[in-house]
Design a protein around this ligand. Structure first.
Ligand SMILES: Cc1cc2nc3c(=O)[nH]c(=O)nc-3n(C[C@H](O)[C@H](O)[C@H](O)COP(=O)(O)OP(=O)(O)OC[C@H]3O[C@@H](n4cnc5c(N)ncnc54)[C@H](O)[C@@H]3O)c2cc1C
Length: 294
């Protein structure tokens, strides 16, 4: 553990930390170092240290969009979800550190009669993770309410498109904090929308099982689940990984699946849908620490 003492200057450090404890799919090998920096200065110093020592690193939030391989990761995983969680409301704006929960933020906004985050009240990620991939639901996306990203990049410079942003082109950038622009509304009205969406999610998604949400992006004409369903793959299983019977665009970790089982199932779906419909399903979930990415 040659770097442990130095790394401990920058925050809480875990060694040989199983990534399956930090991904909602509950898969992934061990990260050699897993660091929770305590503030911006720690983070900056940590990044300098990583650069000087030519270490690999990966920033993660709640791991709710990651398929981490079964291999161990010989680098530093940086996680913001322990300390970077402060939130400040100011009139119709909310500024928030990137490591906070987007669900928590949606509820805090609702209590103050601020509308705009209702769509995010069922997305189990951090604010940084949601901005990184321009998370969305019910025809709303992060970009619709984003005012600025610290390093104060304006929202219209972020190259937002369907489930993507400029940050995907720059995985070395770290989102520290953001400011959302919300609108005033009756808290009860906001709560009703959030309650009805929660009920819709509970009815249509396998929320009782480990997953990473939708596995594939929706093609232009039909949702991805339609193609998976029409390919007869609902309920298809490879070892412990299974296409959910409740929602065909979810793969669930039904019974001690390995990351490889999940990847094999993803590839099987892609091949079958391509053969049957000529459609190439692209993954929304991100593969991390794979020798060969799908
Ligand atoms: C049950 C379930 C339902 C879901 N429903 C939806 C949905 O309706 N809509 C939707 O869009 N998604 C959905 N998701 C997927 C997921 O919750 C979102 O993509 C979420 O935004 C990911 O955030 P995270 O913090 O977990 O990111 P992670 O999975 O930890 O990371 C994802 C990517 O973001 C990058 N990243 C994270 N934090 C930062 C940061 N501070 N700076 C720079 N890069 C960063 C990581 O490096 C990684 O590349 C769902 C997932 C689950 C499990």
């Amino acid at each position: 553990m040659e770097y442990l003492n130095e790394l401990e200057q920058f925050g809480d450090v875990l060694v040989n930390e199983p990534l399956l404890q930090h991904t909602t799919l509950k898969v992934g090998g061990k990260a050699k170092y897993f660091v929770y920096p305590k503030n911006e200065v720690h983070l900056m110093s940590l990044l300098n240290f990583i650069k000087e020592n030519e270490l690999d690193y990966k920033i993660i939030g709640k791991g709710s969009n990651l398929l981490a391989s079964d291999d161990d990761y010989d680098g530093v995983v940086i996680c913001l979800d322990r300390y970077f969680d402060e939130v400040v409301f100011e009139k119709n704006y909310v500024s928030a550190y990137a490591g906070g929960s987007i669900i928590y933020l949606a509820y805090e906004a609702m209590k103050r009669g601020l509308s705009g985050l209702e769509f995010a009240s069922g997305i189990p990620g951090t604010i940084g993770g949601a901005v990184y991939m321009n998370a969305g639901a019910y025809k709303c996306e992060i970009k619709d309410i984003l005012d600025a990203v610290w390093v104060w990049m304006k929202a219209d410079e972020c190259e937002f498109a369907y489930r993507t942003s400029i940050f995907k082109k720059h995985p070395d950038w770290i989102i520290l904090a953001v400011r959302f622009h919300l609108t005033e509304k009756d808290p009860q009205e906001i709560k009703d929308i959030m309650d009805s969406r929660r009920a819709r999610r509970m009815a249509s998604q396998p929320l009782d099982k480990p997953s990473a949400g939708s596995v594939f992006k929706n093609p232009d004409d039909h949702p991805a689940w339609h193609y998976i369903e029409e390919s007869g793959l609902r309920g298809k299983r490879i070892n412990g990984a299974m296409v959910s019977c409740k929602h065909a665009n979810f793969i669930v970790n039904e019974d001690h699946a390995k990351a490889q089982d999940i990847l094999d199932l993803i590839e099987l779906i892609q091949c079958t849908v391509k053969e049957k419909f000529g459609i190439e399903l692209k993954t929304e979930v991100e593969c991390f620490n794979w020798k060969k990415n799908s």
